[in-house]
Design a protein around this ligand. Structure first.
Ligand SMILES: Cc1cc2nc3c(=O)[nH]c(=O)nc-3n(C[C@H](O)[C@H](O)[C@H](O)COP(=O)(O)OP(=O)(O)OC[C@H]3O[C@@H](n4cnc5c(N)ncnc54)[C@H](O)[C@@H]3O)c2cc1C
Ligand SMILES: NC(=O)c1ccc[n+]([C@@H]2O[C@H](COP(=O)([O-])OP(=O)(O)OC[C@H]3O[C@@H](n4cnc5c(N)ncnc54)[C@H](O)[C@@H]3O)[C@@H](O)[C@H]2O)c1
Length: 473
């Protein structure tokens, strides 16, 4: 009977770990199946190493931006030390620490590749090829994440491009790097590799950071160019070839770009292609759709959360979904009350309206909720409030010639914030106040009473209220 558990979680990334933890805390027995490293993409090849690589560059930039401190910065970052610090953060790609945590959390680890093989049943192919069948008394939760998409560009796959995994785990900085894509990975990795000494070219099919307010991408492009990155907008990549000298990339207008390496940063595909989901009547390779309790409609024992659902591809939001899923699986299994009304304990309501994201480039971009365009598309009675962050006293003190911008999107009919975007140095920490205001539906007339400390960059909140005007509230 040892292979029977209340819940089986497929995939031990951050999301799977959190589902399992919540379910154990809710009184269930849980097994988690992992075929690679416990901790998943975020811990070893995504959030953690990318931010570990970006941070020394940002710290140096911050010191250089303040007269008096600037004079103390007499050299470049130490590349070997930057890479060594990254290696420390990823535990040298060993999951020993996370396995110890699983043990302490009372979660059983089964190593191997898991596939659904029947109702509430997962068959695991272990490293030696042996098969082991696990049965779940109550539920199976899929948290198998995503992998980098390789678009069907002539010769791209054969040229063995870098994906974000190769970029975040690089042990040497190539002399030159071409990046296909204009999204979050492209911006962050262009910042890293240009900062660490590579000659970087970004080939963006349209603009940069589409989906954010347009001024975000524009400011990031200006800053990347000022750092020496060759950013080519509206540039289709049509062919890629690798030879002994490196890669040659041909663009839609016939221009050839030569680089030592090419990084493909064109989005993600869900890892749902080889997990047996046809056993639950689902289509392999597609995102796994769920309701807001993260249960798959029509399959009452099957749940999914994180990247594999395609809902929101970010760790913090996947963990949020995981908390809802783990708690609701435990509640349904034990007959406890289920709170699945919007904003209840067992639903991931914020996925629809209040998703925060920080792009850790130079400048940083921090955004939550709706952009102006998305709010108008949703038929909201929109007020757009803009403010020059560089005009805030706290920002002037923070960095000499601080340049940044803030935009608030207000639903006039409800007098609440529905979106906010900040662009500038160190704006990441401004974001959570906006997330709270949106989730809490704090009336703007009440926000006037949330007094920001002087002289902080957060004083932009007061300026945004003043720009909007008290009489309109
Ligand atoms: C370069 C980069 C930087 C990022 N930076 C950030 C950031 O700063 N902040 C942020 O919020 N998000 C960031 N993200 C997004 C974040 O990494 C993902 O949203 C997050 O990792 C998703 O977690 P997950 O648990 O759903 O999937 P994963 O982390 O991919 O975990 C899935 C796990 O399942 C395992 N698995 C898959 N199939 C099977 C199977 N059949 N059997 C057994 N095990 C299986 C995998 O090995 C893996 O361990 C970044 C992404 C990238 C690519
Ligand atoms: N700081 C963070 O929160 C962070 C950092 C990195 C990644 N992530 C997550 O990882 C996910 C993946 O990031 P990403 O940058 O790969 O994806 P993305 O969706 O952010 O950007 C993809 C880019 O590739 C372009 N593109 C798509 N198909 C293309 C094609 N065939 N040819 C050329 N260009 C093409 C798109 O126009 C877009 O610019 C994101 O959804 C993001 O949420 C988050």
């Amino acid at each position: 009977m040892s292979d029977e558990y209340d819940l089986i979680v497929l995939g031990a990334g951050t999301v799977g770990e959190n589902i399992a933890d919540r379910a154990v805390q809710g009184g269930l027995s849980v097994a988690i199946v992992e075929h690679e490293l416990v901790g998943g993409e975020c811990s070893y090849w995504a959030c953690t190493p990318s931010k570990a690589l970006l941070r020394p560059l940002a710290a140096r930039r911050a010191a250089k931006a303040v007269r008096g401190a600037r004079e103390a910065v007499t050299g470049d970052v130490d590349v070997a030390e930057v890479l060594a610090r990254r290696d420390w953060f990823v535990g040298d790609w060993s999951d020993e620490g996370q396995v110890t945590w699983l043990e302490s959390a009372d979660i059983a680890l089964v190593r191997g590749h898991g596939r659904l093989s029947g109702i509430r049943e997962v068959t695991v192919t272990e490293g030696d090829g042996a098969e082991r069948t696990l049965r779940a008394r109550h539920a199976v939760a899929i948290a198998t994440g995503s992998r980098a998409a390789i678009p069907p560009i002539d010769g791209l796959a054969e040229a063995e491009p870098w994906t974000s995994r190769d970029a975040t785990s690089a042990n040497e900085i190539p002399g030159s790097l071409a990046i296909i894509g204009g999204g979050v990975v492209a911006v962050e990795m262009a910042t890293v590799f240009a900062g660490l000494g590579a000659t970087v070219t970004v080939l963006a099919r349209t603009g940069v950071l589409g989906g954010f307010e347009p001024f975000a991408g524009e400011r990031v492009v200006d800053a990347l160019r000022a750092q020496g990155v060759d950013v080519r907008l509206d540039t289709e990549t049509v062919r890629v070839r690798r030879d002994i000298a490196g890669v040659t990339i041909t663009t839609g207008d016939g221009v050839e770009i030569h680089a030592d390496e090419v990084l493909v940063a064109t989005g993600r595909v869900p890892r749902s292609d080889d997990i047996g989901i046809e056993a639950a009547g689902l289509e392999p390779g597609r995102p796994i759709s769920t309701d807001d309790t993260m249960r798959v409609p029509g399959v009452d024992w099957l749940y999914a959360a994180g990247d594999v659902t395609g809902r929101v591809l970010m760790t913090h939001q996947g963990k949020y979904e995981a908390r809802a899923a783990g708690d609701v699986i435990a509640a349904r299994a034990t007959g406890a009350p289920v709170d699945d009304a919007p904003w209840g304990r067992h639903v991931a309501t914020a996925d629809h309206s209040a998703v925060p994201q920080v792009v850790f480039g130079d400048p940083e971009v921090a955004a939550v909720g709706l952009t102006e365009a998305a709010a108008r598309d949703a038929g909201i009675d929109v007020a757009v409030v803009d403010y020059d962050l560089g005009a805030v006293a706290g920002a002037k003190l923070h960095a000499d010639r601080y340049a940044g911008h803030a935009r608030a999107i207000i639903d006039k009919s409800r007098d609440v914030l529905v979106g906010a975007t900040f662009v500038g140095p160190d704006v990441a920490e401004l974001l959570h106040a906006a997330t709270i205001a949106i989730v809490g539906e704090v009336p703007v007339k009440r926000l006037w009473h949330a007094v920001p400390s002087y002289p902080t960059v957060s004083e932009v909140w007061l300026r945004l209220c003043e720009e909007y005007g008290r009489e309109s509230a």
